[in-house]
Design a protein around this ligand. Structure first.
Ligand code: SF4
Length: 207
């Protein structure tokens, strides 16, 4: 699918990678290994774990690539001034809209195809994720090449190819986003530990 994407869209395709989950690292490795003309974009909310920022730098060094970082339109200080302190603790949907959803729209603007590492077995909301789907919101083709991969397949690829990944995944964090909204989780829920205390399992960029 990555070869197909590169052939059809050339430099009009982009991979978004959170540097939190393992599946995004698999796609990043495949893009670099295949020397594909696919841009790599990372949404920096300014609230990520130190381990995530370190992984981005390690990936840039290892793969010799530039990862395009997109920041929100307003700083954390401006957000606090406008919305009050700790918006994530009161209105996480609004915080995600400012720090993730809006920057994604800007990041995707130059592209015609968007690659993402989301998988059907992650949550019930993602269970019907198609491999290819026209995305109305961003007016582009959304491609999820790993939609039908299992967690075990992701990790087999990671270990077989010695792909770098976020060390927090080995420390009880099944899914890693912003530090204030991510806790270690008990059980097998691969999105467990995110937005504890809220009826929220998606930041909004994949809705
Ligand atoms: S995950 Fe939390 S801190 Fe990050 S943008 Fe969403 S609400 Fe804000």
């Amino acid at each position: 699918m990555l070869d197909w994407t590169a052939a059809h869209f050339r430099d009009q395709a982009v991979l978004t990678c959170s540097f939190g989950g393992a599946a995004g690292m698999v796609l990043l490795d495949m893009v670099v290994r295949g020397d594909l003309p696919i841009a790599v974009v990372f949404l920096d909310t300014n609230l990520l774990f130190a381990e995530t920022y370190a992984l981005i730098e390690a990936a840039e060094r290892r793969y010799g690539i530039h990862i395009d970082r997109h920041q929100p339109a307003i700083s954390l200080a401006e957000q606090e001034q406008r919305e009050g302190p700790d918006l994530y603790a009161r209105e996480p949907d609004r915080c995600c809209a400012i720090r993730k959803v809006a920057p994604l729209a800007v990041a995707l603007q130059p592209y015609a195809a968007w690659l993402s590492g989301i998988r059907r077995d992650q949550t019930s909301q993602r269970a019907a994720t198609p491999l290819l789907q026209w995305n109305e919101r961003h007016a582009l083709l959304k491609i999820s090449p790993l939609a039908d991969w299992s967690e075990a397949e992701v990790w087999r690829y990671i270990h077989r190819h010695n792909v770098p990944y976020n060390p927090l995944l080995d420390q009880g964090y099944p899914s890693i986003g912003c530090a204030p909204c991510t806790k270690p989780a008990n059980g097998d829920d691969v999105r467990g530990g995110r937005w504890n205390g809220f009826d929220k399992v998606e930041c909004g960029i994949h809705l």
